[in-house]
Ligand binder design. Sequence first.
Ligand code: HEM
Length: 570
Amino acid sequence: MKPCETPYTLLGVLLSRRRSNYSCEYPNFLRDYAIREINVLLWISLIAITTFLVKRVIKLMKLWSYGRNLPGPPCPSLFGHSQLFSGENLIEFLSKSHEKYGSIVRLWLGPTQLMVSVKDPVIIKEMLIKAEDKLPATERAFHMAFGRSSLFASSFKKVQKRRESLAEQLNNILLQRANAIPSKVVDYIVQNVGSTTANRVSDCRSISQHMAFSILGSTLFGDVFLGWSNATLYEEMLMKISKEASFWASYTIPPFWKRGFWRFKCLCTELRCLTLDIIQQRRKYYKFSQLDQNPSNGTTKIGRVVESDAVIFSGGLMEDDLLLANLDGHLNGDEPCGNVMGVMFHGCLTTAGLIGNILTMLVIHPEIQDKIYSEIMMVHKRSSKSGVHNIYDMKFLMATVYESARLLPVGPLLQRCSRTHDLDLKAGVTVPAGSILVVPIQLVQMDGSSWGKDASEFNPHRFLSKDERRSFSEPRVPLTGAADEVVSIEESLVLNDPSVTDSFLPFGSGTRACIGQKFAILGIATLFASLLQHFEVRLEPGSETIPKSMNNSIVQLLPTPKIVFVERNR
Ligand code: HEM
């Protein structure tokens, strides 16, 4: 057979390729096919990359052109204003810029990053409803520390379902208990304060942190958490992670080459192991306590002593179980415990911040503390027959919690963005997609036009009124006066719901508002009702120099006071 007569089979084709002379007339089918395929792939990649780049350029041009139309200071350099301010003086800088340019101010943080700050309460409300996404950096921080989670993701679509179910379960817990946290958890914290800090100087920040940690831990993991031997270690790790998380999240690509990063990752893994441990203990204990139920009436024994010296309680905690199961469930590819750790992290930091700020306000204003004490005693006296009291009966205490959250908000800024679409605001302004939107909460909550001339004063009475139609800005009752007299005046007052005020934003507002708001406020008020009944909180002698009224920069610099819990003689 002549070479050109090689049969047209796959083998034949392969063989024919090996031959040096291509004089063969058969078409080199495979080679042509491969070349065409590669060409098609190259064209597709080229078109994809070009489309991607063109889209980026269009987006950038849009960002520049819309950004130029917004009022704001001129850009000082290629790096924008980010070089001008550190975290501390950002609020100061925004305050001056709003004074000069109005309620919407734009700042360039670099050639591709536009930040828009909004200070007008009506525009803020609209913006917080329309801007549904969180900053990608926030998602990165949670992701890096706790794994993928469907609760603290940037995109609203990813978090919507989880938000709804968590909010529903928190509301059910609140419906079951009038006071948000069970009295045995409050007793545990108050006893702890008594045994470790009574009549001794303590750091306000660390004691608040410990209280918040106990509240959140027992809410998520049940009372078994209060007797858990690793609780202190867990708290320490959570705090260490909180100090580092945003630093590592500032890298767009995780810095695998840094040793510190791996140390941080190890810490996060250890925290996950501890979380799994407490979840397991809770399940074991829950099964155990169910077996121990009294079959005749379905009730459980309370306060049994189990293993080592841990006091573990059992009780009807059905909703709490659902809460944990819901958070721990693996929805949308969540990593195990991602949401549980995320809620512990966010809940502890924010609740500790607010507890610390209330303590600070109480030591600066002992007269307010006296009034709260009189109110607590009066409500207890009134409800002693029924044995039940609702925390909403302590109106002055509730108003003090609101006022502390107003004057000293836990976070200085609300941060949002709209990743996919431009925001057309009624004020006639268009904010391009991808811009960082911020609300300087401190400035809004201390603005005289919303809160009156005494906006920088601590005055819980602004949340109390005789007539609902009266505005928040009018102080109704003088701050001085005998406690009994004040209590009788207080009885005739109504506690205003601050969430109806557009300029009250410690928990955010709109689509991504905090779902733990009601729970946190009621929990903190319940804790203070018990704490102040047993102790008077005082500033460490010799340190009475904390200013009584605030301005923007003082809020930032307020030191964490040293405080003393003095047991009341009852
Ligand atoms: C004093 C305590 C708290 C404060 C000051 C606080 C504050 C906030 C703020 C400012 C936001 C962002 C809101 C926005 O962008 O509009 C937020 C979000 C959130 N909070 Fe809280 N929070 C507190 C306690 C809690 C607690 C106890 C829980 C849960 C049990 C909780 C769950 C959440 C969740 C899940 C989000 C994320 C919502 C989302 O991204 O869609 N918070 N919180």
